[in-house]
Design a protein around this ligand. Structure first.
Ligand code: 5AD
Ligand code: SF4
Length: 434
């Protein structure tokens, strides 16, 4: 028998969906009367909200668990949550005796109950994916920062051959329109000025992502709307039109392409070609000429030749990405690509990754440089490293450093003075910040 924990810490890894889930788990525990452990304070309960998307995810999670052992040999109550928990299930308890409970991404509304079971001496595991969504069982949103996440859709039915998401997050489900709009209102009431609408395939949202954006744009006090992540084949004309017509919708689109080579896209089961992707980008730019395009890439997919990789560099040049993430292919257990022939050698992957990242950085820098001298608004999100320095986000999701006495959550008028590949320097224009 152990005591019910009084303090908790939730550590989230990986994507923004996990950040959102981590916040919701914290709220659940808070609703049970637990409080968040302060920085540096030992928590009675640690929730590791893990990510399974790439290399050695499970090994990393177990070593993170191991590091929770305290100097005196004791340990906090440990909950393994997130996608590694989903993939490992009951196996996790066997692999690490330190893990007290295992809860998957579709079951975490049961976390408080499961903590109580641990206190009674059990080691519960719940990796069910119930048809009834967990969202109805979560408490109302409490105080949030100026920029909040809102999950509207989870899971994926696309089955790209490299990806574990359809297995760890399950089939695509969309939350009811009215519930999502109500949560958006409650986020704004709790202090959010920007909402990022989240889904593994957010533009496949059943109620219509364009309709949803138009509806939440009506909320007074909400100033910025973003969404991620989108699939190229679900970029409807209605959604593209929203970019032209909804002022609050920020000029930023994360649209992963993964590769610029059609044979590789086919082997990935991406259901789009390089050309159809480029046509979509063209339409989006026609609707919103200043839009920042971001993407994801995988290099070294099985069978990727030099020629395939050259096609990837070429699509980077055609799109002129404002930013992009790129990864070396990682064979995920249970996915079709893990069985494919034509493994690409590590050195080749390393070399391709480096060349791709260098090419992307050139375009990021060019995109950022083009903003020098322009006037824009930033939403202050956090303190900078230097005294008096704050960091805000531009409409194009660039981090902008400014010297100001303004506070987190302020919207400031700035002129962009300086550009680096990953950030901008700005000077304040508004009297408000003086
Ligand atoms: N190997 C490498 N990268 C991957 N991603 C997803 N699965 C894998 C994998 N098995 C990348 C994709 C995706 C991003 C979230 O992670 O680029 O868009
Ligand atoms: Fe994974 Fe493809 Fe679904 Fe994205 S669209 S979550 S990459 S299967």
């Amino acid at each position: 028998m152990t005591e019910i924990p009084k303090t908790y810490r939730v550590k989230s890894f990986g994507c923004q969906m996990n950040v959102y889930d981590g916040e919701r788990m914290a709220e659940l525990l808070g609703a049970e009367g637990m409080r968040a452990a302060a920085d540096g304070e030992d928590a009675d309960l640690v929730v590791l909200n893990t990510c399974h998307i790439r290399e050695k995810a499970a090994e990393k999670a177990y070593s993170d668990v191991g590091r929770l052992r305290r100097e005196d040999g004791s340990k906090p109550m440990i909950a393994l949550a997130g996608c590694v928990a989903q993939a490992e299930g009951a196996e996790a308890r066997t692999r690490s005796s330190m893990i007290d409970l295992v809860v998957g991404p579709q079951a975490y509304h049961r976390l408080p109950e499961m903590v109580a079971e641990v206190a009674k001496g059990h080691r519960p595991v719940d990796t069910d994916m119930p048809a009834i969504s967990k969202f109805g069982a979560l408490p109302a949103r409490r105080k949030v920062g100026p920029s909040a996440f809102l999950t509207v859709q989870e899971g994926c039915d696309k089955f790209c051959t490299y990806c574990v998401v359809p297995y760890t997050r399950g089939a695509e489900i969309s939350r009811p329109f009215a519930d999502v709009v109500a949560e958006a209102r409650s986020l704004v009431d709790s202090g959010a000025r920007e909402i990022t609408v989240l889904g593994q395939n957010v533009n496949a949202y059943e109620g219509g992502l364009d309709r949803l954006i138009r509806e939440i744009a009506k909320i007074d006090g909400l100033e910025r709307i973003r969404y991620t992540t989108s699939h190229p084949t679900d970029m409807t004309d209605a959604l593209i039109a929203a970019h032209a017509e909804v002022d609050k919708l920020m000029p930023y689109l994360h649209l992963p392409v993964q590769s610029g080579s059609d044979p590789i896209l086919k082997a990935m089961n991406r259901s789009h070609s390089a050309e159809s992707y480029l046509r979509t980008i063209e339409k989006v730019r026609a609707a919103r000429p200043d839009i920042a395009i971001s993407g994801d890439f995988i290099v070294g997919f099985p069978g990727e030749t030099d020629e395939d990789f050259t096609a990837t560099l070429s699509i980077v040049d055609s799109v002129r990405y404002a930013s992009a993430y790129s990864f070396k292919f990682s064979a995920r257990p249970g996915t079709p690509a893990a069985q494919m022939e034509g493994a690409v050698a590590q050195e080749v992957m390393d070399d391709r990754l480096q060349r791709l990242q260098a090419r992307i950085a050139e375009h990021s820098l060019a995109f950022n440089r083009a903003t020098i001298g322009s006037d824009t608004q930033i939403l202050i999100e956090r303190k900078g490293r230097l005294a008096g320095q704050m960091i805000g986000k531009s409409p194009w999701l660039q981090s902008v450093f400014v010297e100001t006495g303004a506070e987190i959550g302020d919207m400031l008028d700035v002129t962009i003075a300086q550009a680096l590949p990953n950030s901008l320097g700005g000077v304040i224009r508004s009297a408000k910040a003086a």
